[in-house]
Unconditional design. Structure first.
Length: 77
């Protein structure tokens, strides 16, 4: 099954973990603006970064975005 990414759920996962965007940026050696870009859907997290973020805040990587099932219109995809 194919999926499209919906909105980023990083802010919700941060709140659940009791961590802040600033904390996450420091932990991963990012500028806070980069984390805010993910939260505000200005950037899509590359897989390697999403895995690091999920590991840092203790969630599954699939919980970082809304996943929208997409029907396969063309067979053989």
């Amino acid at each position: 099954m194919k999926f499209e990414l919906g909105r980023c759920l990083l802010n919700e996962r941060l709140m659940e973990s009791g961590k802040s965007a600033e904390w996450l940026a420091r932990a991963l050696l990012f500028k806070p603006e980069r984390v805010y870009d993910f939260i505000e859907n200005k950037r899509v997290m590359p897989l390697k970064i999403a895995i690091s973020i999920a590991d840092s805040i203790g969630c599954d990587v699939r919980a970082l975005y809304e996943l929208i099932p997409k029907d396969n219109e063309a067979k053989g995809d």
